[in-house]
Design a protein around this ligand. Sequence first.
Ligand code: FE2
Ligand code: FE2
Length: 526
Amino acid sequence: MAAPAVRRADFLMALAYATDLATGQSRDFALRSCVLAMRLAEAAHLDINERRNVYHQALLRYIGCNADTHLLAAAFGDEIAMRQDLARIDLGNHAEVGEIFVRALTRHHAGATPEELAGAIERGLAEAMQVSVPILAGHCEVAQRIGARVGLSPEICDNLGKLYERWDGRGLPRGLKGDEVTLAVRLVSLAQDAIVLAEVHGTEAMQAMIAKRRGGAYEPALADLFLADAAGFLKGLDGAVDRETILALEPAPHAILDAAACEDAYVAIADMVDMRMPFTYGHSRAVAALAAAAAKHMGLPASDIRDVRWAAYTHDIGELAVPVSTWMKSKPLTVREIDTIRLHPYHGERALAALGGEGRAVAALVLRHHERLDGSGYHRYVRGSDLSPTARILAAAEAFQTAREARPYRPALSDAAAAAKLRSLVREGRLCPEAVEAVLSYAGQPARRDSAERLAGLTPREIEVLRLIAAGQTAKEVARHLEIAPKTADNHIQSLYSKIGVTTRAAAALYAVERGLVQYQISAAA
Ligand SMILES: [Fe+2]
Ligand SMILES: [Fe+2]
């Protein structure tokens, strides 16, 4: 099997595509912001180290923003629409922020009476005050962890943890001020806002808004540098940006990932995608384990086993285009929501296109993961003869894993019931019998667990608590679940946080997913 040699920047572009979807940004937003930021870095005569920081900050700024998305969706409904609105305002202006929250709550409670809506807005605003700082702190910590897992330097990861900080100290969660907000962070926040504002309001109005925020959100010297030739800096940045442009902009040395590093990067993508909602934690890892074992069982070559495993890690990356509020709905979905869901394999393939030739086989599998042999799948209605053995295995593994996970609108099926469901899909001609039997034969195997020594010295009770909070439970719920006092539950949480070196629930959840501690049974029981 040929060893893949992939530029790390290719993976970063896949992640950038995914975060653009999750934040409601337009096509290639992160890539365009990278070009603009690098132009500004050059004009500011930044050294190569600082330019490297800028490059990565622009591509990956929102990489942690999937953490705790279910909390945002529960409070405000369509979180992608809200994030899109928030990107267009001055976040230091509380009145503007409040207006966006009210707009989101009004959308979320469409159909409510004026009295009900007033109550919902009052509660929503109070809740927003309470949850904002912990949620944003979680985004920062998760961004740092994902950055480290794709091999980025501590300096770059540190910058990723400051994405919401501002020049005037009115940022969150730490309220850093002036030079405490590192240069790459200052420069990229200016570049990204310039792109968004130019897109929404036009270049002229954008310049007026940047000038107004000079000394507030933006460092005066950087704002002046940009405003001296805004049109020049933005030249050619109103359309798509190709992969080669971004590869060429990366300051040397260019990191190349070998097979093991690619594996790590794919798993990092899996965790980033799955951590939007507690009921999908560990989903892609579980699908990957099932699919790879089934491919091996069927005697497929090593390269096929690797491709199907990598495709399984990333199969739902396109789901980031679908608001979490849609996945959490217990009512029937609208036609529009169904259409958005049916396009997620398309977005998955687009995201992985950044990987070029090395990622083509993986992207092709991702594109087909919801197709069925009889053409009843989506989104291209591909039929049997166009579905390779690995595509059939991925479809079977995904369907089995999803069936045995709980969803807000249905409980988890037992393994036996999920197996029966898959076999009925085989009888209907939708899933491949060999692929289904190969998946099911592996599913009977006991789950592998990490030893306690590898888990930062956590006690069995702390591991139990970690699993529950990773599955979305609050300290109070953990206490109820384990029949212990809330204070004791809180002590366990604080102790395990300090042992694993995190301060937020989101980062602890990611830690649990990384070590295989979150399994579908937890979601099912919660
Ligand atoms: Fe899936
Ligand atoms: Fe999917």
